[in-house]
Ligand binder design. Structure first.
Ligand code: SRM
Ligand code: SF4
Length: 597
């Protein structure tokens, strides 16, 4: 590999690397220029917060994202009805009682009265008017929450198994997720964040961790530094695009490890201390219909890295993507395109400029399983947790009331799972009965907590809040799941089916990993993806482009029936993998119109 092959685009010299034409920013994606001019993510947001307008300009909207908020309109209304969505940062899905109670109240007082558990293990609030943004965000920070870097071209919420198990590798995985979140926290942007939302009160600074302080003190290869003293890792243009990290333990694939830009599977010694991690790079779901150069992709294995080198490796991969990711076309800016286009061997070679540790062959891992942790379970420290299925993650109505009551009374910590479910944690044995009786009152009986299809199904918000939605998703999903359950029952199918739905191809509920993925393609129509597995190990394939939702049963009954008659010992996804796409299409109950598409 020559030096030229691995040469990075210099982060803070915007004319370097051919990004800009001689007289301006014409070849740089617009967002790049906005980030550069923003004074580390302050302007024009800070100025526009002071005006009386009901909404922000496009420039401010881009900067606002880094502060954890999106400007949205209610797409059910004919007129433009502006409001803000706020997304929290909660590594491993951990939300302490005090923060949850604050969110619950903010949603009622300033938002649309609901909270939304997300697929990356945090909460969103919707419907916040611009003039209340400072109050709401400030209240979150004062209650020890944060929305910093929950959106934008930066490291996003770090995922980790939500279960609060105190044994095995789980505590180490959670600690590593906290360390990664701290390691990749922006520095100058944190100053801007505190200035804007809590009048610069540095008491609310996100704390580093001892391990991160050690890593940051150690000498690192020069290439890791962005060249910007105020923002040493990211530089003044931050990442080319969002960057996502997930950490888990061998065998537990609740975090969908292969869909992350950077996935870490931790190994621990007999004392539960981190001994190293298998590293996977270049996963991602987002794509655009009819643009074949955009695609969903599972991450490639990079290798095994020893425990004391893991954080340096994480920083190195982030720095490499910062320098080499495509800053001209946002559509191709994710790490997955770099890995796909240049190959994992190129990545390994380039990484040697950023990381001086060893990357060894991958260690063996057991078969991956999607753990969903529903129902009552022991934590391992004498306490219990209870996993509550939450349809599409929407916390509203009686569920919201009961959660508030239980969290307030017992001061319980919450954990959000990647399946949009909620775990109530730290429950003493003598509190179990009282809690279960309150759950019974809203239909969350012990037996209802493990319902096979619904417990696994997830759907993105889509209409009416998501500006990119082509179709319904969250609002249609309860009915879709009920129809799948009825179909399974009518065919005598006992096994669960992993179903995921989105309102567009961006893939927010990771539908391309499901056994049945429904991806909005035109009003009332969905692209049908088949062939993902229950353990989230394989990418599914698109089989139909425009399945009318009304024809779900007609189309799927024949293939499900064939599966249960001929191969019921396999999962449905594995059964589908035995066929070519053409053969699968022939197994569907399609109409001639669908076949012509
Ligand atoms: Fe997402 C954009 C919601 C997880 C891929 N996503 C959006 C926006 C912000 C729409 C927008 O840009 O205007 C959606 C807001 C809708 C709303 O009204 O709330 C949105 N994404 C969500 C959430 C809330 C879906 C959910 O059902 O929970 C998830 C919030 C996660 C979090 O807490 O951080 C969410 N989004 C994901 C995931 C899954 C994941 O991260 O594990 C993906 C696929 C993985 C990936 O990134 O490849 C995902 N969202 C996208 C993309 C496509 C990115 C790409 O590389 O092409 C977009 C569009 C974009 O960024 O341009 C997007
Ligand atoms: Fe919006 Fe598409 Fe994400 Fe659904 S998948 S939330 S429709 S961007």
């Amino acid at each position: 590999m020559s030096a030229v092959d691995t040469a990075p685009l210099t982060q803070n010299a915007p004319t370097a690397g051919g990004l800009l034409s001689e007289n301006g920013a014409s070849r740089m994606a617009k967002v790049e220029a906005l980030k550069l001019a923003s004074d580390h993510l302050r302007e024009p947001l800070a100025s526009e917060l002071e005006n009386e307008e009901s909404h922000f300009s496009n420039g401010a909207v881009q900067i606002l994202k880094f502060h954890g908020s999106y400007q949205q309109t209610n797409r059910d209304q004919r007129h433009r009805d502006w409001s803000m969505m706020l997304r929290l940062r909660s590594p491993g899905g951990r939300v302490p009682a005090q923060l949850y109670l604050a969110l619950d109240e903010l949603a009622d007082r300033y938002g649309n009265g609901t909270l939304r558990a997300t697929t990356r293990q945090t909460f969103q609030l919707h419907g916040i008017p611009k003039q209340d943004l400072r109050t709401v965000l400030g209240t979150i920070v004062r209650n020890l929450g944060s929305t910093l870097a929950a959106c934008g071209d930066i490291n996003r919420n770090v995922m980790a198994p939500a279960a609060p198990y105190t044994t095995g590798g789980y505590p180490a995985a959670r600690r590593l997720a906290d360390d990664v979140a701290a390691l990749l926290t922006p520095q100058a942007a944190m100053g801007a964040y505190l200035d804007l939302w809590v009048d610069g009160d540095m008491a609310y600074r996100l704390r580093s961790t001892p391990k991160v302080r050690t890593v940051n003190r150690q000498p690192a290869p020069a290439a890791v530094h962005s060249g910007d003293e105020q923002e040493p890792l990211y530089g003044s243009r931050y990442m080319p695009r969002k960057f996502k990290v997930g950490v888990t333990v061998p065998g537990d694939n609740s975090i969908d490890v292969l869909t992350q830009d950077l996935g870490l599977v931790v190994f621990t010694d007999t004392m539960g201390r981190l001994s190293g991690a298998n590293v996977y790079v270049g996963g991602g779901m987002g794509r655009t219909h009819n643009k074949e150069d955009t695609f969903a992709r599972t991450a490639d294995p990079l290798g095994y890295v020893q425990g004391r080198q893991v954080l340096a490796l994480v920083k190195a991969v982030a720095a490499l993507q910062r320098d080499h990711g495509d800053r001209q076309s946002r559509r191709h800016a994710r790490l997955k395109y770099l890995v796909h286009n240049r190959g994992v061997d190129w990545l390994k070679a380039s990484l040697s400029n950023y990381f001086h540790g060893d990357v060894r062959p991958l260690r063996n891992e057991p078969v991956r399983k999607l753990e969903h942790y529903l129902g009552w379970q022991r934590q391992g420290d004498g306490l219990w947790f209870v996993g509550l299925p939450v349809m599409t993650g929407r916390v509203a109505g009686p569920l919201k009331d009961v959660l508030r009551e239980l969290v307030r009374r017992y001061q319980l910590e919450l954990r959000v799972t990647p399946n949009q479910d909620i775990l109530l944690c730290g429950i003493a044995p003598n509190q179990k009965q009282g809690i279960q009786s309150r759950l019974d009152a809203i239909g969350l009986h012990r037996s209802a907590m493990a319902e096979p299809t619904a417990s696994h199904g997830i759907a993105c918000p889509a209409l009416p809040t998501c500006g990119l939605a082509i179709t319904e998703s969250e609002r249609a999903f309860p009915d879709v799941l009920a129809r799948f359950d009825a179909l399974r029952r009518s065919l005598g199918i006992q096994q669960p089916l992993l179903v995921r739905m989105t309102g567009c191809p961006n893939g927010c509920s990771r539908p391309y990993m499901a056994e049945v993925g429904l991806v909005g393609s035109a009003a009332g129509h969905y692209q049908l993806w088949l062939g993902g597995t229950p353990g989230l190990t394989t990418l599914a394939r698109p089989v139909l482009d425009r399945l009318p939702l009304a024809d779900l049963e007609t189309v799927l009954r024949p293939v499900l029936s064939r599966w249960v008659r001929t191969a019921a010992t396999k999962s449905f996804g594995t059964f589908c993998q035995d066929y070519t796409t053409e053969e699968l299409r022939d197994l569907l109950g399609t109409t001639p119109v669908m076949r012509q598409q």
